[in-house]
Design a binder for this molecule. Structure first.
Ligand code: PMP
Length: 426
């Protein structure tokens, strides 16, 4: 029964009938994806798409990469699940491997199943460690869909709960379309200073994405987080680094905070860690970890199948040098986008990001607003066989976050297709 493909209309109709009405989608005519292989996915008619979205940075090692799925399957057939009260090896091996890539003295890891859960745990840990309740977060950030993580989410479209936690202060993010990155950083730091001066002794942690993903691929000036960290330390406030979208090589470094030369107090991770198999984690120092002082475990967190998969992912990223690859190919893609911006400055207003996490902000035309132009570009690229993402406060930023196994030829082909689409709009 599983192999019967019912087609996109029937799938869309069932979704409409049985899912919650809010279920998000990007396309007028979304393809039904039935198969994936490395940087490619295939729809119900066998049409091939080069995937430049990777399920928002998830499938970094490529769809159904046999180097990874073979180890997932082997573990599935050997031991699928136990209670955390027993000893198993994949999760301790994984924690040990994580310690090798984590910065500074971060070396203790708690495994969970989703990004929201990782941030929830990190926020709770910060409260337990400091004995304080408040949080600081950046405008337009996104940290999850549980109550607490939604409470620190600045991006309005993701704040859907009427009863959010009130102990959160948002500060200006270090980006503003009319300011340079340096000016925007100064403004944000000034704002942070005011908040800390007024209520620093009630704040447990500041949570940040080093490069905002859903907020529009926003990378602050390189000095920004060093100044943030120094200020937080003056007030005993922890820095939680949400690497859920940026982690594991995507931006050209193992963790994006490395670009800023800052070691955070807690790192949360998810998405690419399992290459599509659910696993997430938050890691910290010995001292902070000791503050989680009640027996605590997660039923599925660090289960053998997810842990074996994540081990295979870390091996693959190291052996195939995917962080270096992301830096190199990201340079090619960014240059191509900048060239297109030079050709169509009225359409592309900004190109930004690092490695293979890039964004191109679009403007509206005489007849369409920027979000409508963005939707049109997504639809046209899809028809030409390319899947990309979109994000930003105005839903007008094209997002390029492909599997890190994408090739230089794939990038040239995508840029050609994008050129065609922009030319048509122009
Ligand atoms: N943090 C960031 C930066 C994210 O991008 C996301 C998901 N888009 C989350 C947290 C939440 O992760 P999850 O959907 O796995 O709960």
């Amino acid at each position: 029964e599983q192999s019967v493909i019912i087609g996109r209309e029937a799938v869309a109709a069932k979704r409409k009938q049985y899912f919650y009405p809010c279920t998000a989608h990007f396309y007028r005519d979304a393809p039904q994806l039935v198969r994936g292989s490395m940087q490619y996915v295939y729809d119900e008619n066998g049409k091939e798409y080069t995937d430049f979205f990777a399920g928002v940075s998830v499938v970094a090692c490529g769809h159904c990469n046999p180097a990874i799925t073979s180890r997932t399957i082997a573990q599935l057939q050997q031991l699928q699940h136990t209670s955390p009260i027993y000893l198993t090896q994949p999760n301790v091996d994984l924690a040990e491997r994580l310690e090798e890539v984590l910065p500074g003295a971060l070396r203790r890891t708690f495994f969970v199943n989703s990004g929201s859960e990782a941030n929830e745990g990190a926020l709770l840990l910060a409260r337990m460690h400091t004995g304080r309740k408040g949080f600081i977060a950046l405008d337009a950030g996104l940290h999850g869909r549980t109550n607490l993580t939604m409470s620190v989410t600045g991006l309005q479209m993701w704040r859907t709960d009427a009863y959010l936690d009130e102990d959160v202060t948002f500060i200006k993010r270090p980006y503003h379309p009319e300011l340079t990155l340096e000016e925007a950083a100064v403004q944000s730091i000034q704002n942070l200073k005011e908040v800390l001066a007024a209520q620093g002794d009630t704040i447990a942690a500041m949570i940040v994405e080093p490069i905002q993903g859903n907020g529009g691929i926003v990378m602050p000036a390189l000095s920004y987080f060093r100044e943030v960290k120094a200020l937080l330390e003056q007030y005993g406030v922890l820095l939680i680094d949400d690497e859920i979208q940026t982690g594991y090589g995507r931006t050209g470094a193992m963790f994006a905070m490395e670009h800023f030369g800052v070691v955070p107090d807690i790192i949360s991770m998810a998405k690419a860690l399992g290459n599509g198999v659910p696993i997430a984690a938050f890691s910290t120092t010995d001292e902070i970890a000791a503050s989680l002082n009640k027996p605590s475990a997660s039923t599925f967190g660090g289960n053998p199948v997810s842990a074996a998969t994540a081990l295979a992912v870390l091996d693959y990223i190291r052996d195939e040098r995917l962080a270096e690859r992301a830096a190199e190919l990201g340079g090619q893609l960014k240059q191509g986008l900048l060239d297109l911006q030079e050709r169509y400055p009225a359409l592309i207003t900004d190109v930004r990001g690092s490695g293979l996490m890039l964004g191109a902000e679009l403007a509206g035309t005489e007849t369409e607003d920027a979000a409508a132009v963005t939707d049109y570009v997504l639809e046209e690229l899809k028809d030409r066989g390319y899947l990309i993402g979109k994000n930003g406060i105005g839903r007008n930023v094209l997002a390029f976050q492909p599997p890190l196994v994408v090739t230089s030829g794939n990038i040239d082909a995508l840029l050609d297709a994008l050129h065609e689409v922009l030319q048509a709009i122009h």
